[in-house]
Design a protein around this ligand. Structure first.
Ligand code: FEO
Length: 408
């Protein structure tokens, strides 16, 4: 954990978390940061604590000494969002400091009480409410329901025009010495683009309508610095992450980068022969592609690569009268995440019976995915020359339909 000054009277406390399953399910090989912020006027507010894993609160208390803050001096804990990656600190903190107030939205208040008790310490805030910390530091509060959970709000510091955005504008990915947007190297910018997409697609995409409203709310505020709960701080060009999030919200509705993601699985290599052929066609056409071999890929990677591509190829055989199960379960997850409107094309092998196509349609319709499917190509056993010709035609049509959806 380290402490970084982000503006006069405002410090970030940030820690890299490694080897965890985020939300208990997402493999995040590149880790994630948890960021807390301390705002100091005459009174002191801590915005978004950090989760209480592995002695992290104790490390945090030690680091506070570096900026001459004793945990007992903290007057307010601002809970922008109750999910325990931001609020898990409370349990430990209240053993050290009996005299603090929790500031949160009405919906968070219920959750705080059910998770930690503390009913007597809670002050509920609503849109535009203010908290004057003295010495020019004033916080205002702006609920943004369903920017992840229904309880979420943004906190804004008026003097420095800093927006504490919690999950909004966040990204997976560990941070090294560079924590500000203007310090990131080109490869770090690319890293946080990739990890931002993975974070958004894994955690936030279901809530894209609420995210669009939160972007509007951000635009209403005069923001100089965006300080999220995960990932870098944007102090030079906050517009970049606002625009990135606007773009990601479009990826949730069918837009994507000019690339095709091939979601594939094969029992005995027959469908794989057609996948190899599809790769040749895409290379010949100069189209970037991502390969997701299921069930080998993690769900985190699978969701991210489908989310970010404008075109999807599903290559999967029939298995026991249905769609190859690892592909079926991947598509169910994509449907649950409400990733809609992609241009898509499926091909696959069958042996003694078909059935994959029927289940694909069931999954698609059940989840109201609204994908734009080109007619599928199914082949008995290995793909023959005629089958490959049809697959090539399907891919060329997919490339055409993808073009209208491209947003880089
Ligand atoms: Fe970073 Fe929804 O918690």
């Amino acid at each position: 954990m380290k402490v970084v000054k982000i503006a006069e009277g405002i410090h970030m406390l940030t820690v890299n978390m490694e080897n965890i399953l985020f939300e208990g399910m997402w493999e995040i090989g590149n880790g994630v940061t948890l960021n807390s912020y301390l705002v100091k006027g005459e009174k002191i507010a801590l915005i978004d604590g950090v989760i209480g894993w592995d002695g992290v609160p104790e490390t945090l208390y030690d680091r506070l000494k570096e900026i001459e803050v004793d945990p007992k001096d903290i007057d307010y804990i601002i809970i922008n969002h109750m999910e325990p990656d931001h609020s898990g600190w409370i349990e430990s903190f209240k053993k050290l400091n009996a005299d603090f107030q929790i500031i949160c939205s009405d919906k968070a208040a219920r959750l705080v009480t059910s998770f930690y008790g503390n009913e007597d310490k809670i002050r509920i805030v609503k849109e535009g409410d203010e908290l004057d910390l003295g010495q020019g530091k004033k916080l205002t509060f702006h609920p943004t329901p369903n920017v992840h959970w229904p309880d979420t709000m943004l906190t804004y510091e008026v003097q420095t025009k800093t927006l504490f955005s919690c999950d909004m504008y966040g990204a997976f990915g560990r941070m090294g010495d560079h924590v500000f947007d203007d310090q990131l190297t080109e490869s770090e910018v690319d890293f946080f683009e990739m990890e931002g997409i993975r974070y958004y697609s894994n955690v936030m995409t279901t809530f894209s309508p609420a995210i669009r409203k939160a972007i509007e709310k951000t635009e209403e505020l005069d923001v100089n610095i965006i300080a999220p709960g995960h990932g870098p701080v944007y102090r030079t060009n906050p517009r970049k992450i606002i625009d990135d999030y606007a773009r990601y919200s479009r990826y949730a509705q069918g837009a994507g980068k000019r690339e095709i993601t091939i979601l594939w699985g094969s029992m005995y290599g027959m469908t794989k022969k057609a996948v190899d052929f599809a790769k040749e066609v895409l290379e010949r056409e100069g189209i970037r592609y991502n390969l997701l071999e299921m069930p080998i890929e993690s769900d985190s990677e699978m969701i991210a690569k489908i989310f970010k591509a404008a075109g999807i190829i599903i290559a999967a055989p029939t298995y026991e009268y249905k769609l190859f199960p690892p592909i079926a379960s991947a598509l169910e997850e994509v449907g649950r995440k409400r990733i809609t409107g992609k241009a898509a094309f499926r091909f696959g092998s069958y042996g003694w019976s078909g059935g994959a196509e029927k289940e694909l349609k069931e999954i698609h319709d059940r989840n109201n995915m609204k994908w734009d499917f080109i007619e599928s190509v199914e082949f008995e056993g290995a793909p023959k020359e005629g089958d490959l010709k049809k697959i090539e035609a399907g891919i060329l049509e997919l490339i055409k339909r993808m073009e209208d959806r491209v947003v880089e």
